[in-house]
Design a protein around this ligand. Structure first.
Ligand code: PMP
Length: 453
């Protein structure tokens, strides 16, 4: 990207953000506690306060947030239903108990009601932890060592599954079916095999040969870590059928899609049930609560203690109070909530397509429920991509980053990494969507479309 590819009419100030980040870098490695928040191509942005769909930075700029904390804020920032419940819990029982309490079963019962494939759950704090437990359960239940991972999918950073995040085409070609280690300091995920996603034949062929030694397949049922890519018609059902035949468990990592693409997640939307499911984000009201849940006969291994799962903060009442407030609201108003989310996301997706069509700029907008992704394509009109490799083949990431910078300066924040979805919340009402589109139109107007290479 060349800096002069942006022709800015509006220059927002970021002196305050810059100064805080440079001070933070003195004591916090990299200035923040997740690398994804301070990528080298992030414009400085330090937040002072937030409300509904808006964030204000320390320099006083107001932005509309389409990142929504990477998904959990499905009711928007500081929703009173969540805040009141958490405050009440603080007043009643404090921060943590270290004993059983009734919030556990109250939240669990509502989750079971929404996701019928789940008979029993365990709570943890992060997605990484519950995926780790799901993999252990699968290996212990089947007595088989191998697992199958999918290109472009992310299921947290545990050594069991963390493979090279956003690997290049070269790296994928070179590694073949071996998942590359996700980070220095770990070995490649052990006994794991990497398959392309949305390719039922690849799954069938693999299981025909290796099913007898394969404990589980784990996938995001809608790809949400490499843009938003929907499953092809019949793909999930074909995978379900193939896994059932070979006695291999199917794990849906619904940490992004659960309670987002439908109340019952992708498994409700596409009508395919998994054996085990992981949930977090739009399940928890913004509190650090995650879930592994599934068939009673598999979860029984936790009851017996054959498989270990613990955690000081697992199922802590403060987090569950937030989750219960959100779950109760889904129970009360689910139909209206998902209708509103769907309408706002449709409005944003069609507005984006129209905005770029008018300017003759080729883009790919993919969307499922309240999550969508935008990619600038190098080779003109592409209507859809099926998997991570196809996306890599067409996406123009430098242009995306440059346009993200222009949009951020115009008051709309979405993540500068093109693989991160845009998250719509119920605070993104039609008026807010229209303001987003107007601001993005302003950014597009000021943008030098011949540059950004
Ligand atoms: N699975 C998926 C699908 C995710 O998107 C994420 C987080 N982005 C995780 C697992 C890991 O969750 P956590 O960061 O809470 O460990």
């Amino acid at each position: 990207m060349t800096p002069h590819s942006l022709r800015m009419d509006v220059e927002a100030t970021d002196a305050g953000s810059q100064s805080i980040l440079s001070r933070a870098r003195e004591s916090v490695a990299g200035g923040e506690s997740s690398t994804m928040r301070v990528l080298p191509y992030h414009l400085p942005l330090v937040i002072d306060r937030a409300e509904g769909p808006y964030i204000w930075d320390v320099d006083g700029n107001r932005l509309i947030d389409l990142n929504m904390a990477y998904g959990p804020l499905i009711f928007g920032h500081r929703h009173p239903i969540i805040l009141d419940a958490v405050r009440q819990e603080l007043d009643d029982r404090g921060t943590i108990l270290g004993f059983p309490h009734r919030l556990s079963h109250q939240v669990a019962e509502l989750i079971k009601k929404s996701v019928p494939s789940i008979d029993k759950v365990r709570f943890s704090s992060s997605g990484t932890e519950v995926v780790q437990t799901a993999i252990r359960l699968a290996r212990a239940f089947t007595g088989r060592p191998k697992i199958v991972l999918f290109e472009g999918h992310y299921s947290g950073s545990s050594d069991a599954v963390f493979h090279k995040y956003h690997a290049s085409l070269d790296e994928l070609e070179h590694a073949g079916s071996l998942p590359l280690p996700g980070t220095a300091g770990m070995l490649a995920p052990q006994r794991a095999h990497l398959l392309p996603w949305n390719d039922a034949d690849a799954v069938r062929a693999y299981l025909a040969e290796h099913g007898h030694e394969t404990a589980a397949l784990i996938m995001e049922p809608v790809m949400g870590n490499a843009g938003v890519i929907p499953p092809e018609d019949g793909y999930l059902a074909a995978v379900r059928e193939a896994t059932r035949r070979s006695g291999t468990l199917l794990i849906f990592d619904e940490i992004i899609t659960g309670f987002r693409v439908a109340r019952g997640g992708a498994q409700e939307r596409f009508g395919v049930a998994s054996d085990l499911t992981t949930l977090s984000k739009a399940m928890n009201g913004g509190m650090p609560v995650s879930v592994v849940g599934g068939r009673a006969d598999i979860m029984e291994l936790l009851v017996e203690g054959t498989v270990f799962h613990g955690g000081v903060y697992s199922g802590n009442p403060l987090g569950l109070a937030g989750a219960l407030a959100l779950q109760t609201e889904y129970e009360r108003n689910g139909t209206a909530i998902y209708r509103a989310l769907e309408e706002s996301a449709n409005r944003l997706a069609s507005g984006l397509r129209e905005l770029f069509r008018r300017r003759g700029v080729p883009v790919l907008v993919q969307h499922v429920g309240a999550m969508l992704s935008l990619a600038f394509t190098r080779r003109g009109g592409v209507d859809r991509v099926r998997n991570y490799r196809e996306l890599l083949g067409v996406a123009w990431s430098e242009r995306y980053i440059a346009f993200q910078h222009a949009s951020q300066r115009r008051g709309v924040y979405f993540h500068p990494n093109q693989f991160e979805p845009w998250y719509v919340s119920i605070a993104h009402t039609p008026d807010v969507i229209d303001e987003i589109l107007e601001r993005l139109d302003g950014a597009a107007e000021a943008f030098d479309w011949s540059g950004a290479s």
